[in-house]
Design a binder for this molecule. Structure first.
Ligand code: MLT
Length: 244
C-alpha cells in the first residue's frame, strides 16, 4: 500500500502496467466489447459465479469439473459449437443464468482476467458498471491499475474510454494519475457527450456490427446502468468472479 497519496495507472494495452506492481495493487480489467460487460450483466442477473478461462478446451474441462455449470464464450465473436451461451451480454438475463455457475472463455477479456489473477485485488469493469467499480477501488485505499484488455495485445479505444471515465470518478478524490491515466481521461472527456457514437467508431465495434451484434455495441455503451462490482476470489480451487 502507498504510504502517501494513492496512485492510479492505466495499462493502455494488456501488458503495459509498468509503473506499479499489480500484485500489490487493486486492478480492474476492462473489456467493454464485450467480456467484462458480459461478466457484469451475468452477476447482476444473479449468476452465482463466473469462472474466467483462457482457452476453449480449458473451459470445457472446467465446466465438467464444476458441473452443473454453463459453458460460455466466443471465438471471433461467435458462440463456439457445443457451448451453452455466447458472449453477448443480452443473453445473460435472469432466466438464463440466475443461481448458476458459468465458465466463460473469451479471446481477450477472460485472458486478461487470468493474466491478472495474482493481483492484490481483482475486479472486472465495463461502461455498464464503471462508477460502481471506481468507487469500490477507491474504497480499498490501494494503488490502482485499470487494465485495458484490447485486441490480441494491441490497443482498443473503447477500453481506454471506459478507463478514462473511471479515472474521472477517481480524481475527485485527489489520487495521483500516471501519464496513461491522464491520456485515458482526456480521451473520455473528448467523447463523453456521445459515448455510444464514439464506441461505434472503434475497430472492434465495427467488426461486431458487421457480424450482426449492433445491439450488443449499443448496450455495452450505456454508462452506469448496472450497480454491480465483480470481484475475483477462489472457489473450488479456481479463480472465480462473484459479486462484492
Ligand atoms: C474478447 O474477449 O476478446 C471479446 O469480449 C470478444 C467479443 O466481442 O466477444
Amino acid at each position: 500500500m502507498n504510504g502517501t497519496r494513492v496512485k492510479l495507472d492505466v495499462a493502455l494495452t494488456i501488458d503495459s502496467a509498468t509503473v506499479l506492481s499489480h500484485t500489490e495493487s487493486a486492478v480492474a480489467v476492462i473489456d467493454v466489447l464485450r467480456a467484462t460487460s458480459t461478466v457484469s450483466k451475468a452477476l447482476h442477473s444473479k449468476a452465482s459465479s463466473v469462472f474466467p478461462v483462457s482457452g476453449l478446451e480449458a473451459a470445457k474441462e472446467a465446466a465438467m469439473t464444476l458441473a452443473p455449470a454453463l459453458l460460455c464464450g466466443e471465438r471471433l465473436g461467435v458462440r463456439p459449437e457445443g457451448f451453452d451461451l455466447g458472449n453477448s451480454p443480452l443473453e445473460y438475463g435472469e432466466d438464463a443464468v440466475a443461481g448458476k455457475k458459468l465458465v466463460l472463455a473469451t479471446t481477450n477479456g477472460t485472458k486478461a482476467l487470468d493474466r491478472y489473477s495474482d493481483a492484490r485485488l481483482l475486479t472486472a469493469a465495463s461502461l455498464l458498471n464503471a462508477t460502481a467499480v471506481a468507487e469500490y477501488l477507491l474504497s480499498t485505499g490501494r494503488d490502482m491499475i485499470l487494465v485495458c484488455a484490447g485486441q490480441d495485445g494491441t490497443f482498443g479505444a473503447e477500453d481506454a474510454i471506459c478507463a478514462g471515465m473511471m479515472v474521472e470518478r477517481m480524481i475527485k478524490e485527489g489520487v495521483l494519475m500516471t501519464d496513461p491515466a491522464w491520456m485515458a481521461l482526456t480521451a473520455y472527456r473528448a467523447c463523453r457527450h456521445d459515448l455510444a457514437g464514439s464506441i461505434k467508431k472503434c475497430d472492434h465495434a465495427g467488426y461486431l456490427i458487421e457480424e450482426g451484434f449492433e445491439q450488443d455495441v449499443e448496450y455495452c455503451s450505456k454508462a452506469d446502468i448496472l450497480n454491480v462490482v465483480p470481484v475475483a476470489t477462489v472457489l473450488e480451487g479456481r479463480t472465480a468472479v462473484v459479486r462484492a
